[in-house]
Design a protein around this ligand. Structure first.
Ligand SMILES: [Zn+2]
Length: 96
């Protein structure tokens, strides 16, 4: 009878730990980014609720114009009219 000593401990992967750790780090970064986006969305919703209390919900924070229902329906936390939303994301674009 010979002693059967396993070369690789059971349950341990022969893959390089550095590669797996790098994958985990990348996944963590993505999850962290998703979490931050969710926190931003939540902050927007909180702000929208506060504006609802103030009676300013549904108006642009920049120019004060009423935001169309078509805009608010898919994105209820919208704080600016389409004109100023575009200006915020694509500043420098010459209109017209
Ligand atoms: Zn506006």
């Amino acid at each position: 009878m010979s002693d059967d000593v396993p070369a690789v401990p059971a349950g341990e992967s022969p893959a390089a730990p550095t590669g797996a750790a790098a994958d985990v780090a990348a996944e963590r970064a993505e999850e962290l980014a998703a979490l931050r986006r969710a926190q931003d969305d939540l902050a927007d919703v909180d702000r929208a609720l506060a504006r609802l209390d103030e009676g300013t919900y549904g108006t642009c924070e920049v120019c004060g114009v009423a935001i169309a229902d078509e805009v608010l329906a898919p994105a209820p936390a919208t704080r600016t009219c389409p004109e100023h939303t575009g200006a915020a994301t694509a500043a420098g674009t010459a209109a017209g």
